[in-house]
Design a protein around this ligand. Structure first.
Ligand code: MTE
Ligand code: MO
Length: 437
């Protein structure tokens, strides 16, 4: 990617619009309906698509008609996502899944350049000059504004080591194991595909920032405040409510540094939210506003897009199902998928994480018939992850190897989980294919 392209926000916007329209068309969404949805910016699948567009651009595109040739969609991210390190896809935005093999032999933290990325629209080009943070709403007595410098001057927490994980991490296994499609319902019965992550939509970093509670106190948060709604200033303008209790936790942060560096553009520069133990969608990037409400706030993000929908779940009006907030426990091997190994003695490593502290990890090399404890290595930070390993001396052949985490209450990752339509929180044990030759 040339430097010119990097600097040219308009280029990305145009490409994003092209991508969004083509994606909508492939789903059988009519042009008229697409424009309607983009204009109202309403709920549902195409809201996400529509959010990547604007009325003006649609009307000028309307004159020239949709693109007729298939052009490769360039990365809408600032950082490079080479195929050796990431699987890059564009379902409902931009998804760069970390290749787990990269983590073998690395330290506890995921370096910024390897950290997975998920977003509904291209990375906005923000500067301390064109960014500010507003705090407002009926739940505060003193609405406030902060510049970048003012925010950096507030009391901060230097080191909060926590994971960020997409709620859809593991989604591919609903299809791969249960044989069921996962999708968002579009119009005309269209099924809008979602990112088919295996287990690489997770990472642990050291985050530095100002506790959200500190900001809310300064804004005179009322005892009647109920929901706190950070808003992103990217084109998708993500808004994801959280409870006041979550907002006031010590480690719920407005983050401005990641692993000791200025927060990278793709991860939310200048400022993002961090909601430890809760799914990545809550950790709003490029945050420009914090609204505090005295009523529960219902938006598509917590009524239709991040809910469990399926035969095992009941609607909770106005939600289509129970809301997806907390992560679930998972473990992953630091191996390529599928993995190729040489025969003979070797160490196999992986990591396990979840919203509760991880107390143990077991592995099986015989299709889940027998399980043995893996060796855990320090540190084991709650709401981050723990590294584990075991020695294995395989002979040539095809294997499925498994790992399962155990939390401090003795819960183990289950062998199976019920289907849900949006493919949220797949926490079952995953069988990792390995060829030894
Ligand atoms: N403003 C904004 N924030 C966002 C998103 C987005 O599209 N826009 N995507 C969310 C989702 S779904 C996830 S999983 C995380 C991913 O964070 P990362 O890209 O830093 O790994 O960002 C969240 N924050
Ligand atoms: Mo996500």
């Amino acid at each position: 990617m040339s430097h010119d392209e990097l600097d040219n926000a308009a280029y990305y916007e145009a490409r994003a619009d092209e991508h969004v329209w083509r994606a909508a068309k492939e789903l059988g969404v009519s042009r008229r309906r697409f424009i309607e949805l983009a204009a109202v910016g309403s709920a549902g699948a195409v809201a996400l698509l529509g959010a990547c567009t604007s009325k003006n651009k649609l009307s000028s595109e309307e004159k020239s008609g949709p693109p007729t040739t298939k052009v490769p969609i360039p990365s809408a991210l600032v950082k490079d996502t080479p195929p050796s390190q990431f699987t890059y896809t564009t379902e409902l935005g931009f998804n760069a899944e970390m290749n787990w093999k990269q983590m073998a032999g690395l330290g506890y933290l995921v370096p910024n350049h390897l950290f997975f990325v998920r977003q509904s629209s291209p990375t906005p080009r923000l500067t301390p000059q064109n960014w500010k943070l507003t705090v407002s709403g009926p739940g505060v007595t003193k609405p406030l504004e902060f510049t970048y410098d003012q925010l950096l001057a507030l009391p901060s927490v230097k080191s909060v080591v926590r994971c960020v994980e997409c709620a859809g991490n593991g989604r591919a296994f609903f299809k791969g194991v249960l044989g069921q499609d996962t999708f968002v319902a579009g119009d005309n019965g269209a099924k809008v595909s979602l990112a088919q992550w295996r287990l690489g939509a997770v990472g642990v970093a050291e985050w530095t920032g100002v506790p959200l509670g500190e900001i809310l106190q300064r804004a005179g948060v009322k005892p009647t405040a109920k929901d706190v709604v950070p808003g992103g200033v990217d084109q998708s303008a993500l808004k994801r409510p959280m409870s006041i209790a979550k907002a006031m936790e010590d480690d719920t942060l407005l983050v401005y540094a990641m692993n000791g560096d200025t927060l990278p553009a793709d991860h939310g520069y200048p400022v993002r939210v961090l909601t430890p133990g809760w799914v990545g969608n809550q950790s709003v990037k490029w945050v420009g506003s914090i609204e505090v409400a005295e009523e529960p706030v219902f938006v598509p993000q917590n009524t239709t897009l991040y809910v469990y929908i399926g035969p095992d779940y009941k609607p909770e009006p106005p939600r289509l199902g129970p809301v997806v907030e907390r992560q679930v426990m998972k473990s992953a091997f630091e191996l390529a998928w599928p993995a190729q190994l040489k025969p003979g003695a070797q160490k196999i490593g992986g990591r396990a994480w979840g919203p509760d502290p991880i107390k143990g990890v077991e592995y099986s090399i015989d299709d889940g018939k027998t399980w043995s404890p893996a060796k855990l290595s320090d540190p084991n930070v709650p709401e981050a992850w723990v590294r584990w390993s075991f020695d294995w001396a395989p002979t040539p052949g095809e294997y499925k190897i498994r790992a399962r985490a155990i939390d401090d209450k003795g819960n183990k990752q289950p062998d199976a989980v019920p289907y849900n339509q949006l493919g949220m929180n797949y926490g079952a044990v995953v069988a990792h294919p390995v060829t030894v030759a």
